[in-house]
Every structure is written in C-alpha cells, then in structure tokens.
Design a protein around this ligand. Structure first.
Ligand code: IMP
Length: 194
C-alpha cells in the first residue's frame, strides 16, 4: 500500500487549515484596499494556493508558473528555468509568490529575479513550509506557514516522484523509499520543479 511509505505525519490537516486561515487574515489586513496577484508555483503549491486564496477577503487574481530544475528526485541542484510562464503581465501589480516549500532558496531566487524583471508594484513571498536549516540563498519571506526540519516531506501538494500530493497532511517518508530509488537511479534527468 502506498501509504506505508509514510514515516510520520508532521502537520495534521486541521493544523494546516487553521494556519492557512490565519495567513489569509494577515494577507487581507496587509493588502487592504489593494488588488492582489497570486503567483502560484506549480505543481507543489496547487493545494496551498487554492485554500489560501479562499482565506483572503480581497479582490485577487491567480496566475501560475512552472519552473524546472535539474537533479535527482529529492535534491535540488541549483539550475532553474521557466518551463511555463505566467499568462498575464505583472507590471505595476501587487504580486505575492505562493510557494509550497523554500529549501535552499535557489528556486525562489530565480523566480524572484524573473518576476522583478517585469516590474511589479511590489513583490512578496508566502510559503507554506520553510526548511530554514538548508538555506543557501537568503531572501525576505513575508509569510511562512510552518518551519520544517531537514527531512524530505510530502503531502498537500508536495510530491515525491509525483506521488503523495493528494495527502491532506504534511508527512515525512521512510528512508527506505529513497534508498530504493537511489539504487535504480544513475542519470539525473531534467524534472519539473514543484
Ligand atoms: P529550493 O530551490 O532548494 O529552495 O527548492 C525548492 C523546491 O524543491 C520546492 O518548491 C520543491 O519543489 C522542492 N522541494 C524541496 N524540499 C522538498 C521536500 O521536502 N519535499 C518536496 N519537495 C521539496
């Protein structure tokens, strides 16, 4: 059974939803009187952006971006490019990047530079999870849902080899899952980020 790969539930569903409602209230207060653009980073931030958008009581639009990175299946290698860009211009808009997790910060740094080149009125970041201990690039993150330890986590949009996104909670995976994988992996094909 695929659920047997899960080691531990780190953030249960009710806690996730409570925190998202509180982030929504903070965003609503901070952007009062403004119209907001959510830039949802696919695919990992799908669930989070959908729930967060419903917790924000402001006029807002949602756009999506798909980034790619190269590396094996649970380690980011630091090379990122845009696979699928935003549909609309963010020039002069109040833009909030909605991310699933910030790990080394390398992906966010690329995205930040990409969006700043389009001259938004302002740009901020909201991430559900922050794996602070692994940070290599520091960027200001205005909203953080939860800090997580240095473990590979899945669920609520986050995947391992595209699985586990539909779990309603955040969980760690058993180390055997990765061990099994590294035996099978030799090359490191391009993969979609998130
Ligand atoms: P960074 O560039 O190292 O900050 O990595 C950011 C991206 O790596 C995230 O948006 C995820 O796609 C992926 N990632 C990093 N850590 C995890 C994790 O624990 N679980 C699932 N994906 C992760």
């Amino acid at each position: 059974m695929w659920r047997e790969a899960i080691q531990q539930i780190l953030i249960p569903e009710a806690e996730l939803q409570r925190r998202i409602r509180s982030l929504g209230r903070a965003i609503t207060a901070d952007y009062a009187g403004k119209e907001l653009v959510f830039v949802s980073v696919l695919r990992g931030a799908i669930m989070f952006s959908a729930d967060l958008a419903r917790a924000v009581d402001l006029p807002l639009t949602i756009d999506c971006i798909t980034l790619s990175s190269y590396g094996d299946r649970h380690v980011s290698s630091g090379r990122v490019h845009v696979l699928k860009d935003l549909a609309d211009s963010v020039a002069d808009k109040h833009v909030l990047i909605v991310e699933d997790i910030v790990d080394t910060g390398i992906t966010l740094q690329h995205l930040w530079q990409h969006l700043m080149a389009h001259r938004p009125a302002d740009l901020h970041v909201c991430t559900l999870l922050d794996k602070r201990v692994r940070r290599q690039v520091e960027l200001p993150i205005r909203y953080v849902g939860f800090e997580v330890p240095d473990a590979f986590v899945v669920g609520y949009g986050l995947d391992y080899r595209q699985r586990y996104r539909n779990l309603p909670f955040i969980a760690s995976l058993r180390p055997e899952v990765f061990a099994e994988d590294s035996r099978q992996l030799s090359g490191c094909p391009a993969r979609e980020h998130g």
